[in-house]
Structures are given as C-alpha cells and as structure tokens.
Write a protein of this length. Structure first.
Length: 151
C-alpha cells in the first residue's frame, strides 16, 4: 500500500447542513485512511491563499467570503488512488452536473454551495496539505484492516 494523500475539506455549507458524518463515512467505508482532521474557521486571507489559482475569476470574492463564513472540516485521507478517486466521490464542480451517488450529486444544487473540496492532482494535494496542516498534525499509523484492503 502506497502513501498517496489528498486534502479534503467539508465547506461551511456541508458543516451547517449536518453532512460531516455522511461524507467521512464514504471515504472511510471505501477503505481510505484518515491521517489528519480538524475543524477550522478560515480567515478571508487564508481562503484567498487556498483558492489562489482562481484569483481574477468573477466569483473569487464570493467564493472566498463563503469559505471563510464558518467552520470547515479539514482532512487528509490516505490510500491507493485516493486523489483521483476522491474527485470521483465528490463529483463535478456544478452539483447539477454531478452523477447521483457522488457527494455533490446527492447533497447539493448550486455551484457556489457544493459542500466539499478535494485536491485535483498530486501537486495541488501536496500544496493544500502543506497549507492546511503542520507536518506533526498528520499521523502515520497501521490499521489491522490494511491487509484486507490491499493484496
Ligand atoms: P472544484 O471545487 O470542483 O475543484 P474549481 O477548483 O474549478 O472546482 O473551483 C473551486 C470552487 O469555486 C468550486 O467548488 C465552486 C466555485 N466555482 C467554480 N466555478 C464557479 C462558477 N462558474 N461560478 C461560481 N462559483 C464557481
Ligand atoms: Mg478545484
């Protein structure tokens, strides 16, 4: 089993709507390993850093206001293929274009209230994990079930 890791965040709408446990359950039941988790209320400045690549887009101000509007569940999940599969779990950016069975497909309607963030590739995963977590907040540990998940 390799140590691929991705950054996943339940945005303020997901927290307010009581979707924390549903979202965590999907990653957990798939077999991915939670290696870091915390509740954070990001500042506007921090939200702008997180969405730095979208600076200049017309929705940037609203997006960063929204991300900094309340508590967010910040997580690092680990496991084989977790970056790409995490994005599959999440669905398309616009919830109405997301398949049923995906998190956005099942729980959201508007693009600006799409309840979850996930890193879109290995580079962004690395950068986002480093932005949100100190190295000592990320744990490395064995689970007995690892041997039932990986050949
Ligand atoms: P994703 O969250 O699927 O990775 P993204 O990185 O392109 O999508 O954009 C980040 C967030 O910005 C997205 O979750 C919701 C918001 N957003 C993206 N496109 C938008 C648009 N056209 N109008 C309003 N908000 C948008
Ligand atoms: Mg993105």
């Amino acid at each position: 089993a390799e140590l691929e890791r991705t950054f996943i965040a339940i945005k303020p709408d997901g927290v307010q709507r009581g979707l924390i446990s549903d979202i965590i359950a999907r990653f957990e039941k798939k077999g991915y390993k939670l290696v870091a988790i915390k509740l954070v209320h990001p500042t506007k400045d921090f939200a702008e850093k997180h969405y730095d690549d979208l600076k200049g887009r017309p929705f940037f101000n609203g997006l960063t206001d929204f991300l900094s509007s309340g508590p967010v569940v910040a997580m690092v999940w680990e496991g084989q293929g977790v970056i790409k599969y995490g994005r599959k779990f999440i669905g398309a950016t616009a919830p109405l274009a997301s398949e049923p069975g995906t998190i956005r497909g099942d729980f959201a309607i508007s693009v600006g209230r799409n309840i979850i963030h996930g890193s879109d590739g290995p580079e962004t995963a690395k950068d986002e994990i480093a932005l949100w977590f100190k190295p000592e907040e990320i744990l490395t540990y064995k689970k007995e079930t690892d041997k039932w998940l990986y050949e």
